[in-house]
Design a binder for this molecule. Sequence first.
Ligand code: ADP
Ligand code: MG
Length: 230
Amino acid sequence: MLAIERLSHSFRTGQEDTPVLHELSFRVEQGEMVALLGSSGSGKSTLLNLMAGLMKPTRGSISIAGQAIEKMSENRLAEFRRTHIGFIFQSYELIAHLTVRENVELPLVFQSVAASERKQRAMALLQQVGIGDKSDLFPSQLSGGQQQRVSIARSLITKPAIVFADEPTGNLDTKTEGEIIDLLIDLNENSGITFVIVTHEHEVARRTRRILQLRDGYLLEGNEQDGETG
Ligand code: ADP
Ligand code: MG
């Protein structure tokens, strides 16, 4: 589903190039749920933004569903992102003046899906994430955990190949964090959604099947937590 080959990235700051990611290679198979763990500044968000096609890498390749996204034109990539990639942000990024249902439908508006089908798909997803009764409310009328559920429903509405989440529980209390992780695990196990979830919480990472650990822009070896010990 996702293949990363010798991926490196540097940021240009003033006259200097600052390397942030160093020759990373790994794969994520369809239906996997992977935690990308690392302390603050280790390069997690940079890696996630590269994999989601939000930035171009300095070197290396990123393939999603067999397509090399770093080679795509801007227009092609924007279209590919809209149809194949879901993204969940720490701060939800909901639109305040749209209702919950309208927020979830929005990606389908850009795909010119008919209103009746948009509504039906949004309502089904809102039911699935446990807030079917909140569809006519506005984001500000919901708790943080409920807003993140809206954002999760929105990320799934286009039936993406893979969903990336950047610290999706970073703004939530411990109990709500657990509930959101339960939901993501349920979506992975019962709907087969492939997730890559950035976190700096070992507790969150412990609950996924597989951990990839970043330290100072390097992928640590031997950090798979199931299967072999070692
Ligand atoms: P994490 O998400 O693990 O906290 P980031 O990927 O945000 O880490 O950042 C990794 C490193 O890259 C940090 O040293 C950060 O300061 C630097 N960095 C991130 N974004 C930029 C940018 N747009 N310009 C310059 N440096 C950046
Ligand atoms: Mg980050």
